[in-house]
Design a protein around this ligand. Structure first.
Ligand SMILES: [Fe+2]
Ligand SMILES: [Fe+2]
Length: 292
């Protein structure tokens, strides 16, 4: 995807995650982040590469309540395809972008590496499986969605945008910003409404949640649905929309996040050797075919 393609400013989808690593370096804690000085934050933002900035500009401009409602209508009836989990992994791997095959991990390798590090820490089987599948929603790209509607930090629409969302100044161009329905602090929501009643910006997290929600424990579903909601799980924003159950479940989202962010560059997984183990794990929870 050359930069000249409109709406595809990233050379590859992983550039967003590489930038997350710059924002939240390994070993950083939520406490440390809240103590970050204004200067450090400005430095982070001014050093952000142009493709990533442009990516966030588009994301913040176009993720509106109307856009999210339209994408939910288009995708959540799950009528695009029928396929099993492994087939979806192979489908995702066909995503052709400008990654470097010698140094960058393939999509399957990222998924397996995440799962393998969860497994190495002795976590339950559903947790390992969650690592394996957490990014399968990125197949939205293969259905023709632009990068800004597939990856990137997620955030609620229908209420005021938090200044804890990265590069929040780009929300100035979002028409919801001046819509009286959506621009108050709580917008269309009641205080403590619970995240299940809140519309999140559209992307791979929400989509995959709807594909797998009948098959995995609730802790896994929270990890999948909110893993890109950095404003909440790393910055503590949007607490006013959560209920106590969300707050309890976010402990799992936080537990998952390091496996997603900090396993890249560790040893490359041997996909062929690991495949039988993961096929068996998939079969333990999922039917052979799922609706996407
Ligand atoms: Fe992801
Ligand atoms: Fe990921």
């Amino acid at each position: 995807m050359p930069k000249s393609v409109p709406n595809q400013p990233l050379d590859n989808l992983d550039q967003w995650e590489d930038d997350l690593l710059r924002r939240y370096p390994e070993g950083s804690s939520a406490l440390r982040e809240s103590q970050k000085s204004a200067t450090e934050f400005r430095n982070y933002e001014s050093d952000t590469r142009p493709g990533v900035r442009e990516f966030y500009r588009l994301n913040h401009r176009f993720q509106t309540h109307a856009f999210v409602t339209e994408k939910r209508r288009e995708y959540l009836s799950l009528q695009k395809r029928t396929m099993g989990i492994w087939e979806a992994m192979e489908f995702l791997n066909t995503l052709v972008d400008e990654s470097d095959p010698d140094t960058d991990l393939s999509q399957i390798e990222h998924l397996m590496q995440t799962a393998e590090s969860i497994r190495a820490d002795g976590h339950p089987r559903w947790f390992i499986l969650t690592g394996l599948i957490h990014d399968l929603g990125k197949i939205l790209c293969l259905f023709g969605e632009p990068q800004w509607a597939v990856v990137g930090d997620t955030f609620p629409v229908g209420c005021a945008f938090s200044d804890k969302v990265v590069l929040h100044e780009f929300f100035d161009d979002n028409p919801d910003r001046t819509d009286p329905r959506f621009s108050t602090h709580l917008g269309i929501y009641a205080a403590g409404a619970g995240l299940d009643n809140v519309l999140m910006s559209w992307g791979h997290d929400e989509y995959l949640y709807h594909v797998v929600k009948s098959f995995l424990p609730e802790e896994a579903l929270y990890m999948i649905r909110y893993h890109s909601f950095y404003a909440a799980h790393r910055e503590g924003a949007y607490d006013e929309l959560m209920n106590d159950h969300d707050r309890a479940m976010f402990a799992w989202v936080r537990k998952f996040n390091p496996y997603d962010l900090y396993t890249k560059g560790h040893q490359r997984p041997d996909v062929d050797r690991l495949r039988p183990y993961y096929e068996e794990l998939i079969a333990e929870f999922f039917p052979t075919e799922l609706r996407w």
